[in-house]
Write a protein that binds this ligand. Structure first.
Ligand code: NDP
Length: 453
């Protein structure tokens, strides 16, 4: 069978055996189709049935989460943990609490996580989890009761050498704290079972900033390779959560000017540059709507989502040199990238997971734009989570500068490996191809070493 037919066969059987998991197919198709040159060169992956095996999680756990709201009414949500692949280390990947969460979304995130974790060069397998619970508008007590109930089931499947979850959309330091407390109460064990912990109880300095900082370091590596840098460049950023916020902060450190941010209700354009302190206080500390930004900066403009031109995200209509999608999946489509390109944008660096649609990626590659794919560009968060695990295991505490230095080094290594691999397979500078092949090869070779498991 030709390599192309082999890939098609696995894609078809994935669709047939897991109906309705659209985002998951999108992620699988993106990875598998870029593996063609590797599979041509190395028939062993076909001989050992690696593609058939790698698209099926080692285990997926789906559970009921029941909790009581402030009115004394019983509420029910669905919890998930998909333990996708442990070939190179214990499972690792975040938990997402958002009403849109379903099994297909958790599987797409878990599948991506396998290759992202492999690219970091650290010994961590891929997993993801979460719930369709919506933390918005809930009291602190409701969030705590939900997190505790979620952990009652999750605690049976995790552990510091088994599976170490972290945060993602809707799960920050507060939620990690509630879940950690419950894990300790249930098991009697104080261990590094979650990352993103508070600094007083095992957390690592620079973990909060790591995904955003790492994303900017990755973009800087791309530009440095081409003899350029972020200095003096206007940048657009979507989102205003953990990743977006620290992307904005690091862009300033690099001498760039971030002029936009957004949330699920609208976007801000501030031509003088987004004010990091105000944004942090409104979104991270105050947990308020982004429109509040206008109260502090009345000259900025706010566009609510219902005023976005149909089929576009207004963030991408602002002229920039570099775009940093940092909110959610499929938030940058073909329309958006065409507008960005027309307005002079030459770099898209993905802070969010799978933020660009396949058509947008095809456009970027055809136009030879600089493109930092998510599994490489946003790997700084999980890499620093692993640094948190190392500090927990050795009972050490590293300084902010020490962790940040290691993060910078890891992002450079990820860039170098992705670039070198793109060159090895005849498409120099195609970092999507390089990252997918490099991430896959290490996991697939480990699966072969470990036999029929
Ligand atoms: P947060 O919950 O901190 O922030 C998410 C941001 O995106 C918020 O501004 C939110 O708006 C907005 N958003 C979420 N869903 C939607 C939607 N459907 N439409 C429009 N806006 C939306 O999450 P993170 O910053 O942690 O995560 C952002 C992205 O980065 C995700 O794709 C995540 O998987 C990825 N990522 C995160 C890592 C991490 O370490 N946190 C690591 C690697 C990747 P609102 O405030 O209105 O809810």
């Amino acid at each position: 069978m030709s390599v192309k037919n082999y890939i098609d066969k696995v894609l078809k059987s994935t669709v047939q055996s897991t109906p309705g998991q659209t985002e998951f197919y999108q992620a699988v198709e993106e990875v598998l189709t870029t593996l063609e040159p590797l599979l041509q060169a190395e028939p062993k992956y076909d001989n050992y049935n690696i593609l058939e095996r790698i698209v099926i999680p080692e285990r997926q756990i789906l559970f009921r989460v029941v909790w009581m709201d402030d009115q004394g009414k019983i509420q029910t949500n669905i919890g998930y943990r998909v333990q996708f692949n442990s070939a190179i280390g214990p499972y690792k990947g975040g938990l997402r609490f958002h009403p849109s969460v379903n099994l297909g979304i958790i599987k797409f995130l878990g599948f991506e996580q396998i290759f992202k974790n492999s690219l970091t060069g650290l010994a961590i397998g891929g997993a993801k989890g979460g719930s369709n619970f919506d933390p918005k508008g809930k009291s602190e007590g409701e969030i705590m009761r939900f997190c505790q109930s979620f952990m009652v089931e999750l605690s049976k499947h995790i552990g510091e050498t088994r599976d170490v979850p972290a945060g993602d959309i809707g799960v920050g330091g507060r939620e990690i704290g509630f879940m950690f407390g419950e894990y300790k109460r249930l098991t009697g064990s104080f261990e590094g079972v979650l990352t993103g912990k508070g600094l007083n109880w095992g957390g690592s300095l620079a973990r909060t900033e790591a995904t955003g900082f790492g994303s900017v370091y990755f973009a800087e590596n791309i530009l440095n390779k081409a003899g350029d840098s972020l200095k003096g460049k206007t940048c657009t950023v979507s989102g205003s959560g953990n990743v977006a916020l620290y992307t904005i902060q690091k862009l300033y450190d690099m001498g760039a000017l971030p002029v936009t941010c957004s949330d699920s209700k609208g976007m801000i354009y501030d031509e003088n540059g987004i004010d990091f302190k105000s944004l942090k206080s409104i979104k991270e500390i105050g947990r308020k709507d982004l429109s509040e930004y206008l109260k502090v900066h009345p000259k900025a403009t706010y566009t609510p989502v219902h005023q976005y031109a149909e089929g576009t995200n207004a963030v991408w209509s602002v002229p920039c040199f570099a775009a940093f999608p940092s909110a959610t999946q499929n938030e940058l489509n073909l329309n958006d990238i065409q507008i960005l390109y027309k307005n002079g944008c030459r770099l898209v660096n993905e802070g969010a997971n799978m933020p660009s649609t396949p058509e947008a990626i095809d456009f970027m590659i055809a136009k030879k734009m600089f493109y930092g794919p998510a599994k490489a560009a946003n790997a700084g968060g999980v890499a620093t989570s692993q640094l948190e695990m190392s500090q927990n295991a050795s009972m050490q505490k590293w300084s902010f500068a020490e962790v940040d230095d290691k993060l910078r080094g890891i992002m450079k290594n990820i860039f170098d490996l992705s670039y070198k691999t793109s060159k090895e397979f005849g498409d120099e500078g195609n970092l999507m191809l390089g990252a997918n092949i490099a991430g896959f090869r290490k996991v697939a070779d480990s699966m072969i070493d470990q036999g029929a498991v």
